[in-house]
Design a protein around this ligand. Structure first.
Ligand code: MG
Length: 282
């Protein structure tokens, strides 16, 4: 794979990503996919999807887990419903994530990824310790499948993410860096955060956002906007990734599934922007 292949966040039948035909029409060489629903998570469906990818000269670079009951309606709802952190659903979701890892082997892909949720702040709390235990259990399963797990950024500061990864003590836990999420959640400045965690970044999202203007950081959602129109600073973002030796895919994410035409147009513009920045940086 050449340096920085463009990618698009895609879904088979679930999640906010575009469908594969959009990626194919845009001519991008790679996709990350949102894991399909449980009843279609099988070898037959995987082979069918891989066939379509192969026809379009697209490779799958990561499979993202997602779960029933998750809602990103606002920051409090996200904290209560997303990932492995909520304790009521944790055991079931760890099991489901293991199944997603198994499904990922059928796609010939070595990376699963996940919003783990808002990692509890107190490293001495039972909630934090039990999250460490279940993450280790998941990572051992993922490792047996020859895979790594990349955690999506956004719901905690760079420092706390580093603490958590260190506390888990496994060598297959890395980061999927999403610069816009840090703005959307008001958790950190994306470029500052990337400087801190760049050595652990193994996949990235190219997404942009503006900070919440009224309520300030950490209390209200920022706004997701087309790539290049927000507060990330795409040229700087790519230069910092370059400084860490990151050569993997640049996967575009545009989470406006309610307007498919605009989503496709914005992704097309993002492809052009990234290609020109890639040429500029070399
Ligand atoms: Mg993302």
């Amino acid at each position: 794979m050449s340096k920085w292949p463009i990618g698009v966040f895609t879904s088979i039948d679930a999640g906010l990503g575009v469908h594969l035909d959009v990626a194919a029409e845009l001519g991008v060489p790679s996709v990350q996919i949102h894991a399909p629903h449980q009843d279609t998570r099988n070898a037959e469906k995987a082979a069918e999807f891989l066939g379509k990818c192969s026809d379009a000269n697209i490779i799958v670079t990561a499979v993202f887990g997602g779960f029933e009951g998750e809602s990103y309606a606002d920051i409090a709802t996200t904290a209560a419903t997303v990932g492995l952190v909520p304790e009521d659903t944790r055991a079931g979701r760890v099991q489901e994530m293991k199944e997603i890892s198994d499904f990922t082997t059928h796609l010939g892909c070595d990376t699963v990824a996940l919003h783990i949720g808002f990692v509890p702040e107190d490293r001495n709390s039972e909630s934090y310790k039990s999250l460490i235990d279940c993450t280790r259990d998941l990572l051992d399963h993922v490792s047996a499948n020859g895979q790594q797990l990349n955690l999506e950024t956004g719901q905690e500061s760079a420092e706390h993410l580093l603490e958590f990864i260190a506390d888990v003590e496994r060598d297959n836990l890395f980061i999927n860096f999403d610069p816009a999420n840090l703005i959307l959640y008001g958790t950190d400045h994306p470029i500052d955060a990337l400087h801190k965690v760049g050595h652990l970044v193994r996949s990235v999202h190219c997404k942009d956002a503006t900070y919440a203007a009224v309520d300030g950081r950490g209390t209200a959602w920022g706004a997701e906007v087309p790539l290049g129109d927000g507060d990330v600073g795409m040229l700087t973002y790519l230069k910092v990734l370059d400084s860490f030796g990151y050569t993997g895919p640049l996967t575009i994410e545009r989470e406006i599934a309610e307007d498919r035409d605009r989503q496709k147009a914005d992704i097309g513009a993002a492809v052009s922007l990234l290609e020109s920045l890639r040429d500029q940086i070399g």
